[in-house]
Design a protein around this ligand. Structure first.
Ligand SMILES: [Ca+2]
Ligand SMILES: [Zn+2]
Length: 303
């Protein structure tokens, strides 16, 4: 796995979000039940979103925040695997977010409101059956953001951070793959998270499948064990025989894992402990979804 300077946590899941698989946000104590905007994955209507007219303290760049936000929602809509759709409701003066107003607000925090090193947070509210009823994206009020097409040193790319947060808004948890849009870290000037990677796209497709997806694609399933006992929260990675990392998931409490949506081909699968750069704490929603702690006491050896 590629190591990368992890400058800042992109987000905290504050309403007990949960992750699994490509990283799904699970219902706490829901035995793996994913939180999403429709019970069966079929949206009855596009997900509405609203943008605050409040501006961040430090913002540079030639594009408007609305332009960037529209591009970001469009990116997730454009994935061939997923039928996710959004509907812009307009801009509002409101800056404070509310988890019960059923307004899915994209807004900027007041200085000091989010924790140090947190660039953005997505607040999800859902019912016990997993249906999301409200989601607000709150961007840091403490760091310099850029709307530039070409990112500049010293600024965080608003488009990248928003693409990551919209991934949370649709129900994705952090990926263990650092190159993924749903990786929990970014750095100044970094723009690679503007475009969802294969594992991000597969995750979105499994939550809200387009057509018959993942029919016609391949699946890998198995069990990670140690002394015959299941290993919980091993990072299981599927690498194409060419060397390209395609997707990853996390093992469940019994050690079981399943990766769907893979193009038919030959893969090398490995399991590793989440011992950095991504740690179990970065996917707290998965732990909480199963109500168990990760398996410890083993190391990863590559050969
Ligand atoms: Ca709200
Ligand atoms: Zn995040």
């Amino acid at each position: 796995m590629r190591k990368s300077a992890a400058a800042a946590a992109l987000m905290l899941l504050l309403f007990a979000p949960r992750a699994h698989g490509y990283g799904f946000l699970l219902v706490p104590g829901g035995e793996g039940l994913a939180r999403r905007w429709a019970l069966n994955g079929v949206l009855s209507a596009p997900i509405p979103w609203t943008l605050t007219r409040a501006t961040p303290n430090q913002l540079a760049g030639e594009r408007s925040v609305l332009d960037v936000t529209s591009v970001v929602f469009g990116r997730w809509e454009g994935l061939e695997e997923s039928a996710i759709r959004f509907a812009f409701q307009g801009t509002v003066r409101q800056r404070e977010h509310s988890s019960v107003d059923r307004v899915n607000l994209v807004t900027f925090a007041q200085p000091g409101e989010l924790g140090t090193g947190v660039l953005g947070a997505t607040f999800l509210t859902s019912l016990s059956d997993g249906r999301i009823t409200d989601a607000d994206i709150v961007l840091s009020g403490d760091v310099p953001f850029s709307t530039r097409i070409d990112a500049a040193a010293g600024e965080y790319d608003l488009e990248s951070v928003l693409t990551h947060e919209v991934g949370h808004l649709i129900g994705l948890e952090h990926s263990g793959l650092i190159r993924a849009t749903m990786a929990p870290f970014t750095d100044r000037r970094d723009v690679h998270q503007r475009t969802p990677e294969t594992d991000d796209a597969i995750g979105a497709g499994l939550l809200y499948p387009e057509g018959t997806f993942p029919a016609g694609r391949g699946s890998l399933a198995g069990r990670v064990t140690r002394d015959d006992a299941g290993v919980f929260l091993a990072h299981v990675v599927a690498t194409h025989i060419s060397g390209r990392v395609e997707a990853s998931t996390y093992s469940e409490p019994d050690g079981g894992f399943r990766i769907d949506g893979l193009p038919d081909d030959t893969y090398v699968v490995h399991a590793e402990r989440l011992d950095g750069p991504v740690f179990p704490a970065n996917i707290a929603a998965v732990r909480e979804g199963f109500g168990e702690s990760e398996t410890t006491g083993y190391d990863t050896n590559f050969h």
